[in-house]
Design a protein around this ligand. Structure first.
Ligand code: MRU
Ligand code: ZN
Length: 220
């Protein structure tokens, strides 16, 4: 167990269930999307979905442990008698599931926001909304804003949009620069959405609200 008090096995069960839920919504088509839960903060440790699998069919073995830059770490409890788990062999060189290609962005968002969980989804509405509103979505007078922790009335809430990049450092820099205080989500143009929260349930609520708002502004 890491210092956050959540163990990898428990986090894996949660992540597998959540990934199946989102896949059922059609939000993780064609292996897209990834999810993480923070296991510890000092040093930062996350349980994250492995790369490339069908997110509706994950098992606990498809959840891996990563550090603050998204690097694979040995999973606690993994057997040490095999060559694959040899301490002399770096985790990244071992066979087995690889961390999500976007694990580094999860780690940066978790570090910057203090979130306990981060979700990334390829929802159609988020891609459409980001395409139509490249400067960000200005949202006001909507009861659903409360699900993002924002007031339904009063000043508008801005849902940021950033440009996509295949370079996780560039994407991470853009995400952190675009963060709106107290808005637990952002859109990535041509790609999808990221949402986060104190735990996976809260990250899910924020993702559902962000997607609903995206669908509203695109009439989708
Ligand atoms: C159609 S999957 C596109 C991927 O490049 C990525 O954006 C994604 O969401 C899933 O990547 P993964 O490495 O499986 O976590
Ligand atoms: Zn993606």
């Amino acid at each position: 167990m890491a210092d956050g008090g959540v163990d990898l096995a428990a986090a894996a069960r949660e992540l597998v269930t959540e990934a199946a839920r989102f896949a059922g919504f059609g939000w993780m088509r064609a292996t897209s999307g990834n999810l993480s839960v923070v296991l510890g903060r000092d040093p930062l440790r996350l349980a994250v979905t492995a790369s490339g699998g069908d997110k509706g069919e994950l098992t606990a073995g498809d959840i891996v442990l990563v550090d603050a830059v998204g690097r694979l770490l040995p999973s606690p409890g993994a057997g040490s008698a095999t060559a694959a788990a040899s301490p002399s062999r770096p985790a990244a060189a071992r066979p087995g599931p690889r961390p999500s290609a976007e694990a580094a962005l999860h780690a940066r968002l978790a570090a910057a926001t203090g979130a306990g969980a981060v979700v990334h989804l390829h929802t159609l509405a988020s891609v459409r909304a980001a395409g139509r509103h490249p400067g960000g979505l200005e949202l006001a007078g909507l009861e659903m804003l409360k699900a993002l922790g924002r007031p339904a009335d009063g000043p508008a809430t801005r849902l940021p949009v950033i440009q996509n990049s295949q370079d996780m450092t560039v994407l991470g820099d853009a995400a952190l620069a675009a963060l709106e205080p107290a808005v637990p989500a952002l859109l990535v143009a041509g790609h999808g959405l990221y949402a986060w929260g104190e735990d996976l349930r809260s990250a899910r609520r924020h993702a559902e609200a962000a997607d609903w708002l995206c669908a509203l502004v695109t009439d989708g």
